[in-house]
Design a protein around this ligand. Structure first.
Ligand SMILES: *[C@@H]1O[C@H](CO)[C@@H](O)[C@H](O)[C@H]1NC(C)=O
Ligand SMILES: *[C@@H]1O[C@H](CO)[C@@H](O)[C@H](O)[C@H]1NC(C)=O
Ligand SMILES: *[C@@H]1O[C@H](CO)[C@@H](O)[C@H](O)[C@H]1NC(C)=O
Ligand SMILES: *[C@@H]1O[C@H](CO)[C@@H](O)[C@H](O)[C@H]1NC(C)=O
Ligand SMILES: *[C@@H]1O[C@H](CO)[C@@H](O)[C@H](O)[C@H]1NC(C)=O
Ligand SMILES: *[C@@H]1O[C@H](CO)[C@@H](O)[C@H](O)[C@H]1NC(C)=O
Ligand SMILES: *[C@@H]1O[C@H](CO)[C@@H](O)[C@H](O)[C@H]1NC(C)=O
Length: 312
């Protein structure tokens, strides 16, 4: 500012209505400039326009065609002038927001790390942009930008993920938001298509052994989730032929160990089913009862001691 100024820059008594403008590139808006100091005010003008003397306020309509646009209003007193710039934020919503996996196509493998990329095309102003990452409804991370640019830019953000089996089918999405206050766009700009994660994982049995007491019929259920779908093989000294079902259901299985091995392209996991015979248990109880009665009997009739030993 020149030292001749009647007012310092900070207290130049110019009032804009509205006080600031948030406008989309290509749109138009109108604004009034007036002075709050009616005693010293002599004239007002917008930069590049004629000065209007003894006016209360001056109106201007603007078509926003210039990213670097500056609107200055001058107030003149009989001695000097001062000016104020109208704060204008020109925005542009992105042409596209898209999500992809970096250097990868096809299903992801459980436990491995992948990089997701979000591309936001042609957006302004970048300092008001926030890119948010979501898995389903859960916010995973967000990025803001420190660079200062009035003109539209392209931005890329990345997110590292290590998916597990629960993430199979999860929807990853990124959203670009311009945080411009009440006058800005009031909707988040979503990625067009969410990224639907396909995660492959090897079979993993919840328990590695399971004990089954044999009734009439036993069901050995080896079914386990894995992707791609697993195959099953059973091993046991009691099995003569090869079985490739996930469930073994029979009334003729002998007590013993039955090992089921579940395999897919990523690995395999085994589970041992131990069939115990109820017959064995019953006869054990019977045997113990017999031993007990013979023992009591033998206490009374010690001559049968020899018989007791031979029975057991
Ligand atoms: C500017 O002033 C004119 C006339 O006084 C008024 O009609 C108009 O609503 C004002 N516009 C704004 C944006 O304040
Ligand atoms: C205009 O300037 C003269 C001196 O140059 C001063 O006496 C007068 O008060 C000023 N008028 C206003 C309205 O400020
Ligand atoms: C979020 O992203 C920033 C980089 O934008 C990174 O530094 C930070 O570690 C991330 N946070 C999480 C929880 O992933
Ligand atoms: C943004 O990307 C588009 C398409 O790739 C390109 O035409 C444009 O020049 C880029 N803009 C900037 C500011 O780099
Ligand atoms: C796994 O074993 C635990 C304890 O041995 C048992 O409580 C649980 O029911 C078993 N789970 C399945 C799915 O068999
Ligand atoms: C075997 O277990 C799976 C998963 O636990 C279940 O969906 C299926 O119905 C069971 N099959 C039989 C025959 O019990
Ligand atoms: C059956 O499996 C159990 C548990 O894995 C093991 O302790 C036992 O020795 C096995 N029995 C036979 C006969 O292989």
């Amino acid at each position: 500012m020149h030292c001749l100024c009647l007012f310092s820059f900070a207290d130049c008594p110019i009032l804009f209505s509205p006080v600031d403008v948030v406008v989309e590139y290509g749109d138009s808006f109108s604004v009034n400039c007036s002075s709050t100091d009616k005693t010293h005010q002599f004239g007002l003008s917008w930069e590049g326009y004629d000065t209007m003397e003894n006016t209360e306020e001056i109106f201007r309509s603007v078509d926003v065609m210039d990213w670097e646009m500056k609107l200055t209003c001058y107030m003149y007193s009989n001695e000097t002038q001062c000016s104020q710039n109208l704060p204008v934020t020109i925005y542009k919503t992105p042409d596209s927001v898209s999500i992809s996996i970096v250097d990868h196509s096809g299903p992801m493998i459980e436990g491995k790390q992948y990089e997701l990329q979000c591309d936001v095309h042609d957006v302004a102003p970048v300092q008001d942009l926030t890119v948010k990452w979501y898995k389903g409804q859960t916010l995973l991370n967000q990025t803001t930008f420190t660079e200062d640019s009035k003109t539209p830019v392209n931005e890329t953000t990345t997110l590292l993920i290590r998916p597990d089996r629960a993430d199979d089918g999860a929807q990853y999405r990124c959203e670009a938001e311009l945080e411009l206050g009440a006058e800005g766009p009031q909707y988040p700009i979503k990625s067009l298509e969410p990224l639907s994660a396909e995660v492959h994982y090897k079979p993993k049995h919840f328990n590695s052994t399971e004990t089954i007491i044999k009734n009439d019929e036993v069901t050995l259920n080896c079914t386990v989730k894995a992707k791609p779908a697993p195959t099953y093989t059973w091993h046991s000294e009691h099995l003569k032929e090869e079985i490739s079902f996930s469930v073994l259901q029979s009334s003729t299985l002998s007590p013993g160990n039955y090992t089921c091995t579940t395999t897919n392209s990523l690995g395999s996991d085994s589970k041992v089913f131990i069939i115990k015979s109820t017959v064995t248990k019953a006869s054990l109880i019977l045997l113990l009862t017999l031993v007990k009665s013979y023992f009591i009997y033998a206490l009374h009739c010690q001559i049968y001691e020899g018989l007791l030993h031979s029975t057991v």
